[in-house]
Design a protein around this ligand. Structure first.
Ligand SMILES: Nc1ncnc2c1ncn2[C@@H]1O[C@H](COP(=O)(O)OP(=O)(O)OP(=O)(O)O)[C@@H](O)[C@H]1O
Length: 605
């Protein structure tokens, strides 16, 4: 989207360019993986593999494609899926039945298989992803069981437990791929394309949003990510890849039956992705290859083979939470982060200017209520927030402040009342839609995306809908760096968030909100846990924000900070507004003193 209201977007030339070292490293990595890929693809032609070994490779290649789907849905988006074998089976049966029963061309049935699996993934995603955790796991298991039952019992269509035999190999550009090595080469090429896609995905807006959902779904939604859409996309892509793998599997092995696509196979796919490393495309392929080869390697153990196999898998999963690929790449990641200093001076200053032309309040809420059963957490509050001011919401513990904030940005649906933001009734809007209008938020208990880097966290903030920045990754990165520079954290851009001290994490959360160019910033106890120096810095930061025209709505217990930065204060007690005005008026108000000291108003007065 073009910049609609600010002329100050840094020109492309002013953006920090990719560092030459980074490019050289990327080129070296590309060369390494290209050579490795060519060697793997050429191995069956150069070495005399038996048909049995070629079959194992074919199994590894086709399973890997399905497991890469698990990388997306589980590794990136954090959604449990115990029905991957169903989607794999849909692709396989489309090819099996399509070519054998209907006599269709392989390539048409391949597209049908991917299509059917994708649609099934989409439908399953749409209907189940409002649920999470155990419920989602249960529903995917049920989906898998239904598929098993249909395959076995609907024999007029599926050919029942006997399965489908005589599935032929396709031809490509007139060349018959009957030879195992040639077909394996095709499967390997498709696998490489799938690996590339899954490797590239996290660098896109959708991929970054998926990882944000995995790390903290609520924070992602409030930052502007349509979490339901992202989860459905993850499920759909994952199912599509499984369908693709299944289609090639069917033509590779000529025979398929329900046993190939049952619950145990879904668990096998899950184990493969966890073993290799769920958060990396290479991990998925590595885990699959290992789990297929491990039984072959352990065969010499004879009677104790199954126990040794199980033990090996358990040990790897317990001691390597990021999988084998995570272990292999950890030293490289550490080195890369150390050797990627950020040139802070080259980062453009943050464009935050919000012209105040409209005299109407930016926010007005009328008689808003939020009840939790019998608890009236917010009990008919009305207030207005003027543009370009710092407005504080204070009150004793449990007086309804956080609930008010949660109602304002849509985490809670209000029980009654009306919320108007910038002239628009937002009462029924989802949190990500409100973020798209320019409502930013930080949390009392910091909610970042801990396994992602500082810059990635802030880029998620920058990619909210309607953010007036240029399209493309570079503009997102530039905006994120500028926001980090604003809070003096740009030199930490490449660090992983969970390794930062508490005070720095607070600043990253503020930078994430600022990167989205908010008009209205909700801060929930931003000074909590900060030391005196950090609190002083926070006070200065809030004044700078107001200076740019940003409206800040702030919950805080630190009365010193409130006095220092607030233009106006609203006081709550037992979910009701008990006072409102300037700091001087409010902090001397007898009801406020009484509420804080727990004395009756007349006694305090
Ligand atoms: N999800 C919930 N379910 C049930 N009751 C809730 C919920 N959230 C808040 N409450 C109740 O609503 C009331 C107001 O809570 P809220 O967290 O908004 O207060 P607060 O003023 O922000 O407190 P604090 O200063 O301690 O953060 C409390 O009685 C609380 O127990």
């Amino acid at each position: 989207m073009k910049n609609t209201h600010s002329p100050d977007i840094p020109p492309t030339a002013a953006r920090p360019a990719a560092m030459p070292g980074t490019r050289a490293r990327a080129a070296r990595r590309l060369a390494f993986f290209t050579v490795l890929g060519l060697l793997v693809a050429a191995a069956p032609f150069l070495l005399q593999f038996s048909p049995y070994v070629l079959n194992i490779f074919m199994q590894a290649a086709t399973y890997s494609i399905a497991v890469l789907g698990m990388t997306i849905v589980l590794g990136y988006a954090g959604q449990i899926n115990l029905a991957q074998a169903t989607f794999f089976g849909l692709g396989a049966y489309a090819v099996g039945l399509g070519t054998v029963v209907l006599g269709l061309n392989f390539w048409i049935t391949l597209l049908m298989g991917i299509g059917v699996a994708t649609v099934a993934g989409f439908v399953l995603g749409l209907t189940t992803l409002r649920l999470g955790g155990h419920y989602l796991a249960m529903i995917t298991i049920s989906f898998q069981q239904i598929f098993d039952l249909v395959l076995v019992n609907w024999s007029e269509v599926t050919q029942g437990p006997d399965g489908v035999a005589g599935i032929g190999r396709p031809s490509l550009f007139g060349y018959e791929l009957a030879d195992d090595r040639a077909y394996l080469l095709l499967c390997t090429a498709v696998l490489y394309a799938a690996i590339f896609f899954v490797w590239w995905l996290p660098q896109t807006r959708t991929g970054r949003a998926m990882r944000a959902v995995r790390e903290n779904e609520l924070a992602a939604e409030v930052t502007g990510v349509n979490t339901l859409r992202v989860k459905v996309i993850a499920f759909t892509l994952s199912a599509g890849l499984a369908g693709l793998g299944g289609a090639f599997y069917a033509a590779g092995f000529a025979y398929i039956s329900p046993d190939n696509f049952n619950f145990a196979r879904s668990i096998e796919f899950l184990t493969m992705v966890l073993l290799g490393g769920a958060q990396s495309a290479f991990g998925g392929a590595l885990g699959t290859s290992l789990l297929i080869l491990l039984p072959e390697w352990l065969r010499f153990l004879k009677e104790v083979y199954l126990a040794a196999y199980g033990l090996a898998v358990i040990l790897i999963m317990v001691f390597l939470p990021a999988g084998i690929w995570g272990l292999l790449r950890a030293p490289f990641d550490r080195r890369r982060r150390k050797s990627a200093p950020v040139d802070v001076a080259a980062i453009a200053p943050l464009d935050l200017e919000i012209p105040i032309v409209d005299p109407a309040p930016i926010l007005s809420i009328e008689n808003v209520q939020k009840y939790f059963g019998g608890v009236k957490a917010v009990d008919g509050i009305s207030l207005e927030v003027a543009r370009g001011t710092v407005h504080a919401l204070i009150g004793p513990n449990g007086s309804g402040k956080t609930t008010t904030l949660n109602v304002l940005n849509g985490i809670y649906k209000s029980t009654g009342g009306k919320i108007v933001f910038d002239g628009l009734d937002i009462t029924a809007m989802a949190p990500h839609e409100r973020a798209g209008l320019g409502i930013g938020r930080t949390f009392q208990n910091i909610r970042l995306f801990p396994a992602m880097s500082v810059i990635e966290n802030v880029m998620v903030g920058a990619q909210r809908d309607n953010n007036p920045i240029e399209p493309g990754r570079e503009a997102l990165r530039a905006r994120a760096l500028s926001a980090l520079k604003f809070v003096d954290m740009a030199d930490k851009a490449e660090l992983i968030v969970r390794n930062l001290p508490y005070g720095h994490q607070r600043l990253v959360e503020i930078a994430r909100a600022l990167a989205g160019h908010p008009k209205f910033l909700l801060l929930d106890e931003p000074a909590a846990g900060l030391n005196q120096t950090e609190k002083k810095g926070l006070g200065e930061l809030l004044k700078r924000l107001r200076g740019h025209g940003l409206t800040v709505f702030l919950i805080e217990h630190d009365i010193g900070l409130i006095e220092q930065v607030s233009d106006r204060i609203t006081v709550l007690n037992f979910g009701k507004k008990i006072a409102e005005g300037t700091p001087v008026e409010v902090l001397r108000h007898p009801d406020v003193i009484a509420a804080y000291l727990g004395e009756p108003a007349h006694a305090a007065a």
